[in-house]
Write a protein that binds this ligand. Structure first.
Ligand code: PRX
Length: 624
């Protein structure tokens, strides 16, 4: 493949390029009127206008029709002895029945359906069932607290929640149903809760509101016609953190999204018939949507879904699964690679991993040491690593090597996919040509681009299109080297990336200040060898309040309650005062340096209201 000339052709005539991709990858009920119609200055994004399709048909029916016995889903449970397999025909049957259950519970086209689920086949059935009947799913990662779930249910106006009695993650049991009960306590909006039995444990059951999935599924009609949807009808909402305010409900379309999911899956992972593809992401994140479910199923791949954690029963678990299922393509996050690398090579010794052909990473920059370990030890120096850069908002991968085509550079997401036009902008919004570093933005739309923020189109325009009109602003900073390769250097806003999880500093701060003893909190990121970034909170207590011995535990519990365990700060430092400018703005730049122990050059501190604050913080850090 000649990447350069194909890329040039895609950029020279995007209209025909994207028309061709849509025809090649997707079955349409009716073709489009225009391939795209977008205006970044107004935040208007339209793809395949007036075209009709059904995403579930594209992911399931059309494959079941030609090869019903092809394996669609291989499920590996938390316990090594627990597994299930589904052919495309069986997937179709299960999706149809689930769709009929949803219908029976009153779900109609356009309704939002909230999922709070473990990694079990029913999660995928439900997502696809929503797509089948034109309902819009909103999957909430099961690591979120009831409080965070409640906020998301309210924001998307969902009247139904689909959950399981419990979830299993290693030795931990996650009380999903109980969490849902807490989340929707006294929330009239939610009319029904559909409960899948996972462990079979006794959980509270609210007759009239709660419904048992297995009972309903046994009674419904096994067939269900798919709804004909407009390409621009929303397929799902997925909440993600921004630098300010509450999480944003990112809205993705049906036609554009599925075109981009399958197109990008095809080029980045080079899937070949019969291969086993495994993405370790949870269905609650965008990677779990695009590259666990939609992209691979749209091209008829066999996907592996794993319920548990990488360290249970021990740190060989992933590699055992790779050998057992003869996994060919493996896609995961750098944080997981670093964690397993830290546990030592002995966990690799009992497996061969000979089936592996392509390795992928996503979610954060991969440091060269982890890259080398992944390449040499895991992949036995045979498998190219695709370092894929993208975001919840982009719907699919925008920067990535093409395996066996693009020359790899450890730590770089390399070059844009076909049809994608990245730019690096300077402070004034001027495009930097050649080598340089600045804001990573995109000057042309692509079919997977989000359509809006649910119920807040104004915020959509403000966040992504207002700082530099005419571009989609990613929020990341990046460097372009002399070969035209992109290197992500961090975020340009107050969003942290902890173990590949996106966390808004403002969300953590507002959880901390809920404590009666806390006057103010400032949260920044600091470097961490395993999680990439860790959360560092500077906490100013109320006047006359002494830090009680278990205050840190209380604050951790509060964050766990408001957001989830993954957002608990690793470091907390109490202070009588936070460094502020004379106009009262917290100087995060300085706090970031202190948190990172980078105190040689604190930069210009002349605008600080009280210069002593900084020396006190440093002194205190040394004393600890
Ligand atoms: O900062 C970038 C980082 O993750 C952010 C997007 O987070 P989220 O919407 O949760 O989606 C994660 C999965 C697609 C980006 O703005 N990021 C993602 N992939 C990479 C990355 N940073 C560096 N290299 C990557 N490959």
């Amino acid at each position: 493949m000649d990447y350069k000339s194909l890329y040039q052709a895609s950029i020279a005539d995007p209209y025909n390029f994207w028309a061709e991709q849509a025809s090649e990858f997707i079955s349409w009920e009716q073709t489009w009127d225009r391939v795209y119609d977008y205006d970044f200055t107004k935040g208007e994004i339209h793809w395949y206008t007036k075209a009709k399709l059904n995403v579930c048909n594209n992911c399931v029916d059309r494959h079941a029709a030609v090869e019903p016995e092809r394996q669609a889903l291989l499920w590996q449970g938390n316990e090594p002895t627990d597994s299930k397999q589904y052919t495309y025909q069986e997937l179709l049957d299960n999706v149809c029945k689930t769709a009929n259950v949803l219908k029976e519970l009153g779900v109609k086209k356009g309704d939002r359906v909230c999922l709070y689920m473990p990694m079990i086949p029913e999660t995928i059935f439900t997502m696809l069932a929503c797509a089948r009947i034109g309902a819009v799913h909103s999957v909430v990662f099961a690591g979120f607290s009831p409080e965070a779930l409640r906020a998301r249910i309210i924001d998307c106006g969902s009247e139904i929640v689909v959950t399981a009695d419990q979830g299993l993650r290693g030795e931990k049991i996650i009380p999903l149903k109980e969490n849902v009960d807490t989340a929707i306590a006294e929330l009239q909006q939610v009319k029904s809760v559909l409960v899948v039995k996972r462990t079979g444990a006794q959980v509270p059951f609210n007759h009239g509101r709660d419904h048992d999935y297995s009972t309903l599924i046994a009674k419904v009609n096994p067939s269900c016609d798919y709804a004909i949807m407009d390409a621009e009808d929303p397929l799902f909402i997925l909440y993600t953190s921004g630098s300010t305010g509450k999480p944003k409900g990112v809205v993705h379309s049906s036609g554009g999204y599925i075109t981009y999911a399958s197109f990008s899956f095809h080029y980045v992972f080079n899937y070949q018939p019969q291969e086993i593809y495994w993405c370790t992401a949870d269905a609650g994140w965008i990677t779990g949507h695009t590259y666990l479910v939609y992209g691979p199923l749209a091209v008829g791949a066999t996907i592996l879904v794993y319920e548990g954690v990488p360290t249970y029963p021990d740190s060989s678990r992933l590699w055992d699964i790779v050998d057992q299922y003869k996994v060919n393509i493996f896609y995961t996050a750098p944080t997981l690679i670093r964690a397993l690398m830290g546990h030592g090579d002995r966990y690799l010794k009992t497996t061969s991993r000979d089936s592996l052909r392509i390795l992928g990473t996503v979610g954060e920059p991969i440091n060269p040491a982890a890259w080398e370990w992944y390449y040499k030890q895991v992949g036995n120096e045979r498998c190219p690593i695709v370092d894929t850069w993208w975001q919840t908002e982009t719907g699919g991968i925008l920067l990535s090597p093409i395996p066996n085509v693009t020359k790899l550079k450890p730590g770089s997401a390399t070059t844009p996919l076909f049809g994608i036009e990245p730019v690096i902008l300077d402070q004034d919004g001027k495009e930097i040509t050649g080598e340089g570093e600045g804001y990573l933005a995109f000057k042309a739309s692509w079919p997977g681009q989000m359509q809006s923020i649910f119920n807040d189109h104004k915020r959509f325009i403000e966040v992504y299109f207002s700082k530099f009109p005419g571009y989609y602003l990613s929020g990341d900073a990046a460097k372009r080297d002399a070969d035209g390769y992109y290197w992500i250097t961090g975020r340009t806003d107050d969003v942290l990336n902890v173990s590949g999880h996106r966390i808004g500093t403002a969300e953590v701060e507002s959880a901390l200040v809920k404590h009666q003893d806390v006057a103010e909190a400032a949260v920044v990121g600091c470097k961490d060898a395993v999680t990439g970034e860790a959360i560092y909170a500077f906490i100013q207590l109320m006047d006359d309040v002494e830090a009680i011995p278990n205050l840190k535990d209380e604050l951790a519990a509060l964050v766990r309650q408001e957001i989830g365990g993954f957002a608990v700060p690793k470091h907390m430092q109490f202070t009588a005062e936070l460094p502020k400018t004379r106009s009262g703005k917290i100087m995060r730049r300085i706090l970031r340096k202190i948190a990172n122990g980078d105190t040689e050059s604190l930069g210009d501190i002349s605008t600080l209201g009280n210069q002593e604050v900084v020396s006190r913080l440093l002194q205190q850090q040394q004393d600890d």
